[in-house]
Design a protein around this ligand. Structure first.
Ligand code: NAP
Length: 255
């Protein structure tokens, strides 16, 4: 009998942003659940360290800057050739720009949309081809942000990129439902244990960070809080859930 620790037995899961934070946590937890994990990121050293800890050559790493769109197909092709068709995709790569509108320029919007938003849609376009996706269905989880539904000052580009990700995911969920492909977003609030939060701390004052912390009824979250939902969404237990943006924010948004 398949136990709780084998919810992703033998599934091929592709993960962007696997070199740190939520993506890295998801990589370890998917592996523990029996998946073969295929890790994408720019930071080769970090990916190699994670790969070594997994200690199993059914997994793989690929060094990819998500702005290199023309490389996506070859990377997917080589993973599928070696390991089989893809059952799940986690798009965790993303970054934040904290700047007032007066300091923004158009290139910053193009860059953040490329990584946070368009890369997810491009991966989904390729992964939905019958040569690459498992015929018995595929689950796609896009890590958005609570900033897809709420907002804060100096976050125009980030809020816009995450709202657009959620909007596109809903349309894609409808378009790809008849292929058995499910697409959901997870929108986390601020997590205490990520590089993104460390960077945020560098960009704002201590008082401002304290103000953010105080807004969370259950305190800040952790990458584990997000990976738990991710595993559920990747597994067959969630087989009738698609097109959703699930908020995981310790109660912030219901204040
Ligand atoms: N941390 C939070 O509080 C929080 C809250 C809400 C939403 N989120 C979202 O959660 C996701 C994961 O963030 P995190 O907290 O885990 O932060 P993180 O530790 O900074 O991870 C970000 C990941 O994105 C990858 N990445 C960034 N630019 C890339 C590019 N051009 N090409 C390829 N990979 C790129 C990085 O890979 P390399 O280092 O290898 O380049 C890294 O693995 C993001 O989408 C973020 O917006 C985070």
């Amino acid at each position: 009998m398949i136990g709780i620790m084998n919810r992703l037995q033998n599934k091929n899961i592709l993960i962007t942003g696997a070199s740190s934070g939520i993506g890295k946590e998801c990589a370890f937890r998917c592996y523990e659940e029996g998946a073969k994990v295929h890790l994408l990121g720019r930071n080769e050293r970090s990916l190699k360290e994670i790969y070594a800890q997994l200690n199993d050559n059914n997994n793989s790493i690929s060094i990819l800057d998500l702005q290199d769109f023309e490389r996506y197909q070859n990377i997917i092709e080589s993973i599928v050739t070696k390991h089989g068709k893809i059952d799940g995709f986690i798009h965790s790569a993303g970054y934040q720009i904290v700047l007032p509108i007066s300091a923004m320029n158009y290139q910053m919007y193009l860059d953040i949309f490329s990584v946070n938003t368009i890369s997810a849609f491009e991966f989904i376009r390729l992964l939905s081809k019958k040569n690459y996706s498992n015929l018995s269905g595929m689950s796609i989880v896009l890590i958005a942000s609570i900033m897809s539904v709420l907002a804060d000052t100096a976050l125009t580009a980030y809020c816009a990129s995450k709202s657009a990700l959620v909007g596109g995911a809903k349309a894609l969920a409808l378009e790809l439902a008849n292929k058995g492909i499910r697409i959901n977003c997870i929108s986390p609030g601020t997590l205490a244990d990520t590089a993104m939060t460390d960077n945020l701390k560098k960009q704002i004052s201590e008082e401002e960070f304290h103000r953010i912390e105080q807004e969370y009824p259950m305190g800040l979250g952790s990458t584990k809080d997000i990976s738990s939902l991710c595993l559920f969404l990747l597994s067959d237990e969630s087989k009738w859930i698609t097109g959703q943006n699930i908020i995981v924010d310790g109660g912030l948004s219901v204040r």
